[in-house]
Design a protein around this ligand. Sequence first.
Ligand SMILES: [Zn+2]
Length: 196
Amino acid sequence: MHSLVEALLKHKGNKFFFVSPEGLEIPDYIKEKIPVDAIVEAHSLEDVLPEVDVLYMTRIQKERFANPDEYAMFADACILDNEKLKGAKKDMIILHPLPIDKEILFEVDDDPRAAYFKQVKYGMYARMALIYTLLNKPFVKGYEREGVVAEGITAKCQNPKCVTNNANVQSAKWLFTDEARTVCRCEYCDWILKNE
Ligand SMILES: [Zn+2]
């Protein structure tokens, strides 16, 4: 969060709304970097949601609370659910670095404003580009996993750790990665589909 503030400060005109449970406010040494008229602090999401364009959520640091009751009391106002989202802009963007603990309810995943799965995917491409640059490789525009979509194959990915076998992510997509179209790989984890 701290480095994100630094990055956003490079662009003029941003307004920062910091929402945190009492006791977990943004530290002064971060606030000092931001113009005073560009900071709003609140203890409840509902107080600021109507105004924000991008909502960047992070995990609530449970370990900072003395006891679970205190955590439950303060954290509730900072948990995002569909009810609170009713007060937000229709084109707001919801980001989160993942993994999500309890601060965003599952029901929010289906909201068109939820962009955190896309964010993780783009983060992967950004890291690929960084590694490429560090290795002095020529930049490859429009990277895509090579292959042809295997239409009609609806099998589940057989890799138990594949993201497609996890919670509410879209189902597996298979790609033929060889010319003869005999090798079919999971688009997400590269697992080779075997006939069982
Ligand atoms: Zn897979």
